[in-house]
Structure formats: structure tokens, C-alpha cells
Design a protein around this ligand. Structure first.
Ligand code: SF4
Ligand code: SF4
Length: 485
């Protein structure tokens, strides 16, 4: 009896020590100093516990009745704690319905003209569209004029690292040019390849939804997508009117968007942890633009593939969006919407960029997921605490435009982007879901996904191991700038 109990208890301790060791090693590899120190202390503690317990056992301390009782208590206590933190607690029914689970009133489709980027990027000051827009929205005229005077949507690129960040600005702008290069028309909605057109006499290739789904998801992954999901398009997430103008296609400004596609293939591209870790400095902006560019590369070819099957498809990437990407991605089962307004995926947290292809080809939908984000965000608030422009709400969700969500002040966030000359990403970096996708974090995220108590515990642990306000980390050597403190 004593031997069996001692073996169970030792196995539990060794298992915990192994997880502690994995965490310690991965913290060193992630260059997380504070987590490495605390991880090291925790590991040493576990090793002392194992050695101490085995020493006591070897000298027969547990051979008495009291010893057996203590041992039985320790094993039972360990089992109860394991059950309490591992069992699956009640699911979030709203999240399981995707973005539509959060509809709490009448939702009006979002007008792309009201998008802070679209109007700042697209509207030239002397155009009739400019005059018309600010006649309707006089409150925005001064704010936007100041923004343009500072040099465009993100002000003077790389201002925060100037002058040492000029090489990084060169990289940012190079990444930015790729989506434009890939989409020289107003949008990329390709015709079938000429050779195929002749061969197939413009017929559609017969393909079952199951087969098309397997092939297109596999193709997107082969092109470099980190995550791929499929959803039927909810018309509420389609922009009501077009506003992003790139090639003087002014006839598109304010045009009503009527999408005749039924399905969307949504892709998420993982962003590098080291680069995001430098937020709000220029390396994080390189990483954002690099992944927008990757999204353009993936969706351009994915749309081409579908066109070659004889179906209609449109690439949605940095150059052209027909819909709001975050609710589309939630519907496609890629994750949930977090307090910071980004999609939070289980594997990479908000550390992704999204792209999409819409099509009339019938596909098999993925189901939305409940990974515990709503509950976790309610306790956490780290992004709100760390946001330099105080744009993220500390309060609970409220209903805006018929949708229950955390309120984000897009204007003040955007003002901060203009000040630093990058897309900031501080909220993305500090989010506990953004940690590297290593074994210890996978275990933690699985527990968080399953269990409410684990959400509370790991929220606290994240503050202890990474700090309440994590500081930026040095990026990879090639993306360093000036003198890194
Ligand atoms: S990007 Fe920066 S400024 Fe904007 S909400 Fe996130 S932390 Fe705040
Ligand atoms: S930092 Fe915390 S509150 Fe903010 S999105 Fe991430 S988990 Fe939610």
C-alpha cells in the first residue's frame, strides 16, 4: 500500500518537474528573462521536493499508520486538484455560435468609408469624394487633416526608432508593396487560366464539397497559411460600401457592395514572437507587413486555383477587403474575439494576420470554437493596462451596433500609431495567448480552454512569470535598430 501510494505521488512530482523543466527551457529559448528566473526557481523547488520525498520514503518515514495517512492525503489532494483544474467546465454557448452568438440587437453593416484607414489612405484632399465625406462627417475633418499632415495613416514611418530604424522602414515598405503588386486591378477576382479555359470550354470542374475542402485547405497550408477555416458568409459582416481606392478606381468609392459568394476560406498567418516582442518598435511593424504580404501571396493563388476549377473567387488581403475579417475568422472556427478587438486563436493567440478568399464553390463549413477567451479576458485586462493610448476598455462588454463586445477606441489607437510610426502591437505582444506555441504553453492553453479555475490560476501566473507590464524585447539581429537598451 505504502509503495503504491509513494509511486503515485513520486510520478505526480516527476511529471510536474518535467513540465517545469520544459517551461524553464522554453523560457530561455524565448529570451523571457523573468519567466526563466521564476521557471528556474520553480524547477529547483520541484527537484528538492522529489529528492526530499524519496529520502523520507527511503528512511521509512511513511511506514507507520500516520505516515500512510499523510501519504494517502497527499495523493488524494493531488488528485482532487488535478480534477478541479482539468475537468471541462460549462461551455460558452455564445462563442460556439461564432460572431453571430454576440448579436444583441439590430446590426448595421459597416461602411468601409468610416474605416479610419480607408479614408486616410484613400481620400485625396481636393477630390469631390473628400468634400462629400467631410460634409457628412465634419467632426472628423480636423482629426484626419492633422493625421495627413503628419505623413499618412501611420504618420512618419518608423518615427519611434528614428533615425536608427531607417533600415527597418525600408523593409516595412518593401513588404507593403507586395499586395499592391499582386493586385493591380481594383481587386483580384481572377479569370480561369487561358489554357484551362480552352481545355474545359469554360465548364466547371465537377468536385464534391468534401474533396474541394480537403484540396483547398491543403493548398492554403502548402502556400504557408498557419491556420485555415471555412465558413458560410454572414451578410452582416460584408462592408456596405467600398472605400479603399488604390489604382484611381474612383468609381468604386462609396459603391454598394453586393457579394454573390456564399463561402469564405479564412487564413491566419502566424507572426514571429521575437518580432512582435519588440512592440511598439519597427520590427513588429515589419512582421505585420510581412504577414499581410504573405496573406496576399496565399489568397492570390488560392483564388486563382478556384478560378481554374471554373468558379468565381475573390482574394481578400491588405489590398482589398469585402468584409470584416475578425467576425469572418470567428465564424470559420479560427478563434474568438478578445478584449483587444483582434481574433484570438488557440495556437498563436492574437499573434496572427488574417486573409481570405470568398467563392461560390460549395465547401464544408468549420464550426466556431469556444476556447475560453471571453472568460479569460474578463479576468485578464493586460492589454487594457498596457495599451499606451488607453484605447482598450477595462470594463465589461457593451452592446455597440447591436453587437456585444469590448469597446475599442479605434481613433485614439490610430493616433498612437501616427505618433510612433508603426502599427504598435503592444496589446498583441502582452496578451498571454500570444506566447510561443511550445509544449508548456500548449498544456496551459488546453487547461484554459477546458476549465474556468485554470483561467483564474494561469492569469495570475502570467503576471508573476511575465510581469503585469511586460517590456519590449530585443528583436532578431537582422531587425535591430539603433542602440538596443
Ligand atoms: S495597437 Fe497599441 S494603441 Fe492600439 S489598442 Fe493595441 S496597444 Fe493600444
Ligand atoms: S491581454 Fe488579456 S484581456 Fe487582453 S485580449 Fe489578451 S487575454 Fe484578453
Amino acid at each position: 500500500m505504502v509503495t503504491i501510494l509513494a509511486m503515485i505521488f513520486t510520478a505526480g512530482l516527476i511529471l510536474s518537474a518535467m513540465v517545469g523543466m520544459a517551461f524553464f527551457i522554453s523560457s530561455i529559448r524565448e529570451k523571457e528573462k523573468r519567466a526563466s528566473i521564476f521557471g528556474g526557481i520553480q524547477l529547483l523547488g520541484m527537484i528538492f521536493l522529489v529528492i526530499g520525498f524519496l529520502s523520507l520514503y527511503s528512511i521509512g518515514v511513511f511506514n507507520s499508520g500516520v505516515g500512510v495517512f499523510i501519504l494517502a492525503f497527499l495523493v488524494s489532494f493531488g488528485l482532487v486538484v488535478a480534477i478541479l483544474f482539468c475537468r471541462r467546465t460549462s461551455p460558452n454557448e455564445k462563442a460556439l455560435k461564432g460572431a453571430k452568438g454576440y448579436i444583441s440587437g439590430e446590426v448595421t453593416r459597416f461602411d468601409e468609408r468610416d474605416h479610419v484607414f480607408a479614408r486616410n489612405r484613400s481620400l485625396p484632399e481636393n477630390s469631390e469624394q473628400y468634400a462629400e465625406y467631410y460634409q457628412k462627417h465634419p467632426e472628423l475633418k480636423n482629426i484626419d487633416s492633422k493625421r495627413r499632415a503628419k505623413g499618412g495613416p501611420i504618420g512618419r514611418p518608423g518615427a519611434i526608432d528614428s533615425p536608427g530604424g531607417d533600415a527597418n522602414v525600408a523593409a516595412i515598405l518593401a513588404c507593403l508593396s507586395m499586395p499592391h503588386f499582386l493586385s493591380t486591378q481594383d481587386k483580384y477576382s481572377p479569370e480561369p487560366h487561358m489554357a484551362l479555359k480552352e481545355k474545359l470550354a469554360q465548364k466547371k470542374v465537377e468536385i464534391s464539397p468534401q474533396e474541394a475542402t480537403i484540396r483547398l485547405k491543403g493548398y492554403a497550408k502548402a502556400l504557408g497559411a498557419s491556420l485555415v477555416g471555412i465558413t458560410k458568409i454572414n451578410p452582416l459582416w460584408i462592408y456596405s460600401h467600398r472605400a479603399e481606392i488604390f489604382n484611381n478606381n474612383w468609381e468604386d468609392w462609396g459603391k454598394e457592395i453586393n457579394l454573390n459568394h456564399t463561402y469564405a476560406i479564412v487564413c491566419a498567418e502566424e507572426m514571429n514572437t521575437d518580432m512582435v516582442g519588440s512592440a511598439p518598435h519597427t520590427p513588429t511593424c515589419i512582421e505585420s507587413m510581412l504577414n499581410y504580404s504573405k496573406g496576399a501571396y496565399i489568397t492570390t493563388q488560392l483564388a486563382g486555383n478556384i478560378a481554374n476549377l471554373g468558379y468565381s473567387a475573390t482574394a481578400n488581403h491588405f489590398r482589398h477587403y469585402d468584409a470584416l475579417m475578425v467576425p469572418m475568422a470567428a465564424d470559420a472556427g479560427l478563434g474568438e474575439v478578445g478584449r483587444l478587438g483582434y481574433l484570438i486563436t488557440k495556437k498563436y493567440g492574437p499573434r496572427v494576420r488574417l486573409s481570405m478568399v470568398t467563392t461560390d464553390l460549395e465547401l464544408i463549413e468549420d464550426k466556431p470554437v469556444d476556447i475560453g477567451v471571453e472568460d479569460f479576458c474578463r479576468i485578464c485586462k493586460k492589454c487594457a493596462v498596457c495599451c499606451p493610448s488607453k484605447s482598450i476598455s477595462h470594463e465589461d462588454m457593451t452592446v455597440t451596433n447591436g453587437l456585444l463586445r469590448w469597446k475599442l477606441d479605434a481613433q485614439s489607437c490610430f493616433e498612437y500609431w501616427g505618433k510612433v510610426g508603426t502599427d504598435c502591437n503592444v496589446c498583441m505582444n502582452v496578451c498571454p495567448w500570444s506566447h510561443a506555441d511550445t509544449l508548456p504553453h500548449q498544456i496551459i492553453k488546453t487547461l484554459i480552454t477546458r476549465n474556468k479555475l485554470s483561467r483564474k490560476l494561469f492569469n495570475l501566473m502570467d503576471d508573476i512569470f511575465y510581469g503585469k507590464k511586460p517590456r519590449p524585447k530585443p528583436p532578431e539581429r537582422w531587425a535591430q535598430f539603433g542602440t538596443w537598451e
